[in-house]
Write a protein that binds this ligand. Structure first.
Ligand SMILES: Nc1ncnc2c1ncn2[C@@H]1O[C@H](COP(=O)(O)OP(=O)(O)O)[C@@H](O)[C@H]1O
Ligand SMILES: [Mg+2]
Length: 299
């Protein structure tokens, strides 16, 4: 029996979603122009944010782009997937909490070529409290990135499963937003609040922010629910949806335990192939966006 999705989750209207994710782009900062700062966000946990941040960053690095992965999740899963926690001296907590040295002191190289990491640690969870009384709290990451952004072609921000101050910092600092959505029932529902936050951030602190795309993750083609959900996501997001889907693949689950990206751990696996294709689409969309900005500026 085909599992039917009877109705869209509450609050979802394709028209309103399209209005929220489209619209003109105003690049106000030429300095950041050549660096794509990509926030990977979805307030739901377990949807593949960290797996996507890590392997997309590694795929971009393999394409010879100078890439920085910034871990903004207190759970530090991306950090632990690449480094031994005992080797971490300073973390994003120190940067965002106003410690000395800024980003330059925190960024470390990884074993993966062209890939650097700005690690997280559990202390990040305290940040919400520490920044509460500071009027510039949402701008901490943006300010911290300003001196180092030019050293990278891509900066990928892995965010926590909440729309708190860390995710807001990511969205204020980012040029683009990438939303992983798990192909599962109620998958879209959680993104409603994310898109509201996105719209509010575009309205004030970061009008240049743009949705680069939505990617389906943890896709299991054997199930009807996954196929139905895919159709539903496609009807809501249209062309914003990346053509590449990330399937469920056990190698993607295993690779963090070996402190490797999927390309080092299982380069021939379907997971590696799909993240390679996603990186190609990401690069194409970012380049198309730049061409659009050039023509806007020239007009
Ligand atoms: N495509 C995939 N195939 C198999 N397991 C996956 C895949 N993507 C993520 N996982 C696993 O699912 C869990 C949640 O993924 P994760 O990337 O940590 O999500 P999030 O960062 O959104 O919480 C992790 O155990 C991860 O290894
Ligand atoms: Mg995560």
């Amino acid at each position: 029996m085909v599992y039917q999705l009877r109705h869209m989750p509450c609050g979802w209207r394709a028209g309103s979603v399209k209005r929220r994710i489209c619209g003109s782009i105003h690049w106000t900062e030429r300095a950041n122009r050549l660096t794509c700062i990509l926030a990977v966000a979805n307030q739901k946990g377990g949807v593949g944010k960290t797996t996507t941040s890590l392997n997309l960053a590694a795929a971009l690095a393999l394409r010879k782009h100078r890439t920085l992965l910034i871990d903004l999740d207190p759970q530090a899963n991306a950090t632990i997937a690449l480094l031994n926690p005992a080797d971490i001296q300073t973390s994003m907590f120190d940067v965002l909490n106003g410690g000395d040295g800024g980003m330059a002191k925190v960024i470390v190289p990884t074993k993966e070529p062209n890939l650097s990491l700005a690690p997280a640690r559990l202390a990040l969870a305290k940040l919400e409290q520490n920044l509460a009384a500071q009027f510039d709290a949402p701008f901490k990451l943006k300010d911290a990135l300003a001196p180092v952004a030019k050293d990278f072609d891509y900066i990928v921000l892995d965010t926590p499963p909440a729309l708190g101050i860390l995710t807001v910092n990511a969205l204020v600092a980012a040029t683009h937003l990438l939303v992983p959505i798990q192909a599962a029932y109620f998958a879209i529902e959680g993104t409603d609040d994310l898109l509201d936050t996105y719209a509010r951030i575009r309205a004030r602190p970061n009008p240049a922010l743009k949705v680069l795309g939505v990617v389906i993750t943890l896709f299991d083609k054997r199930t009807n629910i996954a196929r139905d959900t895919h159709e539903q996501i496609r009807s809501v997001f249209g062309d914003t949806l990346f053509r590449t889907r990330i399937s469920k693949n056990v190698r993607l689950e295993e690779s963090p335990a070996y402190k490797q990206s999927i390309f080092a751990y299982a380069p021939k696996s379907p997971g590696a192939e799909e993240y390679r294709k996603l990186a190609q689409e990401v690069v194409q969309r970012v380049q198309a966006d730049r061409v659009a900005h050039h023509s806007q500026d020239a007009a």
